[in-house]
Design a protein around this ligand. Structure first.
Ligand code: GDP
Ligand code: MG
Length: 438
């Protein structure tokens, strides 16, 4: 998806204005990219329509300083966030008596794990006294799994052998009331696929316990399947929210877009790992970032920006970081050291320097690779390498046809050289070796 989308953004390179025709071309790519990322076609269509409207609106009030690409990316980003929001969605709490939270979803979606994560959050952040109810009665292992999690959290787990799931839940709620637990979390059974038996079962639980929250737990890795099952659950339950799990994996993020639209419910949390503390409040920005490019929308916008006025951006950031040692400085240094072959040896003999130079093997091939990586960066990144986070590393590596390891290596060398420059400056050797000539 990312590559497709950057294809859409590339279209605008060099174009200064958004026009109806370049917007249409860009939208065609965006639509295709969304479909590829498991976004439902109706959702993709509606989305493209709203981006079109926004982009056309922007074209009218175009600001000369902002490139077409930049405006288009901004329109896409804005609509993504809009589509997935709102961000401040919360659990509904009961006005009186215990709040009942029903967790539903396919088998393996992460229900049981997420029940425990929610319980932890309620205890640590909201000073609640939750009760977990194990209603996955067919699989003894499921009950045990919840008990283990409950012990770890010091949260009680209710279960009663020999009862059907709805009975267990109903008694669980009564138990909570009697024991003074203010929140009851119902961990229900899942199936590999939606079937009537499963749907009847959760619908019955919902009917008997009147939950304040009916939360669908969805594995974000499952794409279109997730959307189809969400539709089914939505038709049988009155869903109040969605939790997307396994967002720490390679999920493409497209599911989040469709889910919001299909269920009409807010996305409440993102599961970001197997551990009990790996639960984050939903962030539309973050998911939009994932969809637009491995968390690196900012880099994209900057790259677009740089294309319009690389020199201006450069001058600006140079002023900003004057005197520091940039990747461009490093490249210049390396070229110099390469030309002055023996210098490396000389420098290597200086105290505190030799070690840092050890893994700076400098040959033509090496410099070519570094040059390729540097060209794949935005001007700002070259001048402020500290900005280069994981998302940016991926983009840079892809642009240079190298792997992320190469970017890591380059940044490590930059740090070493920077350190080295400091040492040399202190020793009064700064002249000619420091950063840019002033
Ligand atoms: P259930 O069948 O819906 O109850 O799913 P489980 O809670 O048993 O989870 C199924 C698997 O997914 C387990 O191995 C969990 O550790 C794993 N899991 C759940 N949530 C997450 C998450 O957010 N990230 C990752 N990486 N794994 C998760
Ligand atoms: Mg389970």
């Amino acid at each position: 998806l990312t590559q497709r989308l950057s294809g859409a953004f590339d279209r605008f390179r060099g174009e200064k204005e958004l026009t109806e025709s370049n917007i249409e071309e860009g939208l065609r790519d965006v639509r295709r990219a969304l479909l590829d990322a498991d976004v439902h076609f109706q959702v993709a269509k509606d989305f493209v329509d709203s981006v079109r409207e926004r982009a056309l609106g922007q074209a009218k009030i175009a600001d000369k300083g902002v490139s077409a690409s930049d405006q288009f990316v901004a329109a896409v980003h804005h609509e993504l966030v809009e589509l997935m929001g709102p961000e401040d969605a919360r659990l509904q709490m009961a006005k009186s008596g215990p709040t009942v939270i029903l967790m539903a979803g396919l088998q393996g979606a992460g229900k049981t794990t997420t029940c425990a994560k929610l319980a932890r959050l309620l205890v640590t952040k909201h000073a609640k006294r939750p009760l977990l109810v194990a209603a996955d009665v067919k699989r003894p292992a499921a009950v045990e799994q919840l008990r283990v999690l409950g012990r770890k959290l010091n949260v009680p787990v209710f279960h009663q052998e020999g009862l059907g799931p709805a009975d267990v839940c109903e008694r669980g709620v009564a138990h909570a009331r009697a024991q003074g637990n203010d929140v009851v979390i119902l961990d229900t059974a899942g199936r590999l696929h939606v079937d009537d038996e499963l749907m009847d079962e959760v619908a019955e639980i919902a009917r008997r316990t009147s939950p304040d929250d009916q939360i669908l737990v969805v594995d974000s890795m499952t794409g279109q399947d997730a959307v189809r099952s969400a539709q089914e659950f939505h038709s049988r339950l009155s869903l109040t929210g969605v939790i997307l799990t396994k967002f720490d994996g390679d999920a493409r993020g497209g599911a989040a877009l469709s889910l919001k639209k299909v269920t009409g419910c807010p996305i409440l949390f993102l599961g970001t790992g197997e551990k009990i503390e790996d639960l984050d409040a939903f962030s539309a920005e973050r998911v939009a970032g994932r969809i637009l490019g491995m968390g690196d929308v900012v880099g994209l916008v900057e790259a677009a920006q740089d294309k319009i006025d690389e020199t201006e951006a450069q001058a600006q950031y140079e002023r900003l970081v004057m005197g520091s040692f940039t990747l461009e400085d490093m490249l210049a240094q390396l070229r110099m050291i390469q030309n002055l072959g023996p210098l490396k040896k000389v420098m290597g003999m200086l105290p505190g320097v030799g070690q840092q130079l050890d893994n700076l093997d400098i040959d033509d091939k090496h410099i070519k690779r570094i040059e390729a990586l540097c060209t794949s960066m935005t001007a700002r990144e070259r001048l402020q390498p500290d900005l280069i986070d994981m998302g940016r590393r991926r983009r840079i590596a892809r642009g240079a046809g190298q792997d992320v390891g190469a970017v890591n290596q380059l940044l490590k060398q930059w740090k070493q050289m920077k350190q080295l420059m400091k040492v040399m400056k202190k020793m009064g050797m700064g002249a000619g070796m420091g950063s840019k000539a002033k």
